[in-house]
Design a protein around this ligand. Structure first.
Ligand SMILES: NC(=O)c1ccc[n+]([C@@H]2O[C@H](COP(=O)([O-])OP(=O)(O)OC[C@H]3O[C@@H](n4cnc5c(N)ncnc54)[C@H](OP(=O)(O)O)[C@@H]3O)[C@@H](O)[C@H]2O)c1
Length: 332
């Protein structure tokens, strides 16, 4: 049976991304076949689709898309049967393995997580890799012993996909979440998601005032990196923890050891791509229970069809997207 997929290819040095007709014989090997219902568009996908970044690490033609949710149509794996709804985020999807921008896909059972029954397929992709990363970040703070009674937790890049989900999760778990944002009009949105107060992006963005500053934060979820992360570390209280999950402001980190050796601060690295199965399942279960439905309904997202992904990719790279982009893969 023929279906549509967005294939990235190259001819005469020019990268193209076009929707083409494929058959299951075109699909890579895998023990679970799915009908893909939704995918999402992340910055990384924008780089893969346009070819502006070295994201694809497999031969062309290639199907990008780092997130997908789908219904199993055939399975050689005991863990899954036709009709099951499954999620895959990361594990090389859309980078090493053909990804979510195809109406059918063959996947590996060891990379899949069952869709929690409390989430619809579309909601799972509103969450996507960004929300999953936010959950892993909150779990890292919990693991380091940051409890709600310890004080404020700062979230940077707060109006983005990771940041907004982190705000909603922290608030629902009883933490006092402080949103650091550069968006002038984000106040109503972030407050509705549960932010206790907002601080301007520049407050942290100009870097640490001194190697060890007055303690302001019990913890942090940082999707910005660079000077912002260095500033948070210098202001984190004794035994606090900061989850470093992004680089929206840059990849560098110029800090000192003082927060670590004088305050026992933990710097927790978050890599959603290689998160192990057991942690993945726990995180998705927690997203289904700890992310309030009202917050999920309030989250900003657009839905685009498969054919719109190339244009949406250019928009996301130009900074023109607010919130998440869900791809309705069956819409063709
Ligand atoms: N570790 C992982 O596994 C993982 C997984 C997913 C994403 N990430 C990374 O996490 C980061 C956030 O991802 P996302 O999906 O939330 O992206 P996003 O939706 O584009 O949000 C990023 C947010 O960062 C802020 N921002 C943008 N440019 C900035 C700049 N130059 N300096 C400071 N802040 C800036 C903006 O928020 P405000 O307007 O509110 O300031 C923006 O909404 C990205 O770097 C992404 O690559 C990592």
């Amino acid at each position: 049976m023929a279906f549509h997929a967005l294939l990235v290819d190259e001819a005469d040095g020019t990268r193209t991304a076009t929707v083409q007709e494929c058959t299951v014989d075109d699909l890579p090997e895998g023990d679970v076949e799915v009908q893909v219902l939704y995918s999402s568009l992340n910055y990384k996908d924008g780089l893969a689709v346009t070819g502006e970044g070295q994201i694809i690490r497999a031969p062309l033609p290639f199907v990008p898309g780092i997130d997908l949710v789908g219904e199993v149509t055939a399975s050689q794996a005991a863990a899954y049967a036709p009709g099951d709804l499954v999620i895959q985020t990361g594990y090389g999807l859309g980078e090493n393995y053909w990804g979510g921008y195809a109406q059918r896909q063959r996947l590996q059972a060891k990379h899949l997580v069952p869709l929690p029954s409390a989430l619809t397929p579309q909601e799972a992709m509103v969450i996507g890799t960004a929300g999953f990363t936010a959950m892993l970040s909150v779990m890292a703070l919990e693991h380091a012993g940051v409890t709600p009674d310890r004080g404020e937790v700062v979230v940077t890049g707060a109006s983005g996909g990771v940041g907004s989900t982190a705000i909603a999760l922290l608030a629902s778990l009883g933490y006092t979440a402080v949103a650091s944002t550069g968006s002038d009009d984000a106040q109503p949105y972030l407050t509705a998601l549960g932010a206790h107060r907002l601080i301007p992006r520049d407050d942290l963005g100009s870097g640490p005032n001194r190697p060890l500053d007055s303690a302001r934060w019990a913890g942090g979820v940082d999707s910005v990196g660079a000077e912002t992360l260095a500033a948070i570390l210098s202001q984190t209280d004794r035994r606090g923890a900061v989850a470093a999950c992004g680089l929206a402001g840059g990849p560098s980190l110029n800090t000192t050891v003082f927060p670590f050796i004088l305050r026992g601060v933990t710097l927790a690295g978050i890599d959603s791509n290689t998160s192990p199965q057991e942690e993945r399942r726990r995180a998705w279960k927690r997203l289904a229970t700890d992310l309030p439905h009202e917050a999920l309904e309030r989250m900003l997202y657009d839905v685009v069809a498969l054919a719109d992904v190339p244009e949406a990719s250019r928009t996301i790279l130009n900074g023109g997207v607010r919130g998440r982009v869900v791809v309705d893969v069956q819409a063709g």
